[in-house]
Design a protein around this ligand. Structure first.
Ligand code: ADP
Ligand code: MG
Length: 243
């Protein structure tokens, strides 16, 4: 299996402070990797380095075989292959759900209106919101807004989806619907890196769980190993706090 993302020796400093201290991680086509770890351990920074929302200070990141850290690379092109879903949904409040899902297709992929709309409607259907295409974000619950954000990302036909704590801002009763959409996506074969505190989800859906602490990968392996029977004391300490 070929790697969709390949991260090697990745380092990132903010000023004097090094928050990623040499990360090596390759994610294969169709693989679902869940990243867990304490707040401040560098999980978001790791995702943000994959699509260059942060510029790494060392090491290399390749997406689909293209080294994104190469200064000659057209990063906008690389980004079109990488969908990202944040804790805050970042929808455009003055645009309808449908428009939120068509804008980047039109602008970045230069799709025509009818094709963009067709793709958007198909993805809204997939996240269970086909009937809300004409709503505005404020008319939707947080969970529905997050599902729109997922449909918007999917509408760009990404090769890879990055999720940064997608359910952390949601009321507890809305978390399940979002996780269920993500589970469907995983089952459909999407390559995904998911930063999450939802251990039950990680245990069920992840092919691999990566535990990060203090800018390093401390331990990784199957969910049964890392969550069920961790080998490292730091992993056990973390799990004791969140489980
Ligand atoms: P996590 O997602 O695991 O909670 P982050 O990647 O957000 O961790 O942050 C890792 C560390 O990097 C934290 O100490 C955070 O304060 C610091 N950090 C993140 N972004 C910035 C930034 N833009 N400027 C300075 N420090 C940052
Ligand atoms: Mg974070």
């Amino acid at each position: 299996m070929s790697a969709v993302v390949e991260i090697s020796g990745l380092r990132k400093s903010f000023g004097e402070r090094e928050v990623l201290k040499g990360i090596d991680l390759a994610v294969a086509q169709g693989e679902v990797v869940c990243v867990i770890g304490p707040s401040g351990s560098g999980k978001s920074t790791l995702l943000r380095c994959v699509n260059l929302l942060e510029q790494p200070t060392g090491g290399a990141v390749s997406v689909l075989g293209v080294e994104v850290t190469d200064p000659d690379v057209d990063i906008d092109r690389v980004r079109t292959h990488v969908g990202m879903v944040f804790q805050q949904f970042n929808l455009f409040p003055h645009r309808t759900v449908l428009e939120n899902c068509t804008m980047a297709q039109r602008k970045v992929l230069r799709r025509g209106a009818s094709e963009a709309e067709e793709v958007a409607r198909r993805n809204l259907e997939q996240v269970g919101l086909a009937d809300r295409a004409d709503s505005h974000p404020a008319q939707l619950s947080g969970g529905q807004q997050q599902r729109v954000a997922i449909a918007r990302a999917l509408s760009m036909d990404p090769a890879l989806m990055l999720f940064d704590e997608p359910t952390s801002a949601l009321d507890p009763e809305l978390v399940g619907d979002v996780l269920s959409v993500m589970r469907d996506l995983a089952e459909a074969g999407m390559t995904m890196i998911v930063v999450t505190h939802e251990m039950a989800f990680a245990r069920e859906v992840a092919d691999r769980v990566v535990f990060m602490d203090d800018g390093q990968i401390v331990e990784q392996g199957s969910p049964d190993h890392v969550i069920g029977n961790p080998g490292e004391e730091r992993t056990r300490t973390f799990l004791a706090r969140v489980l």
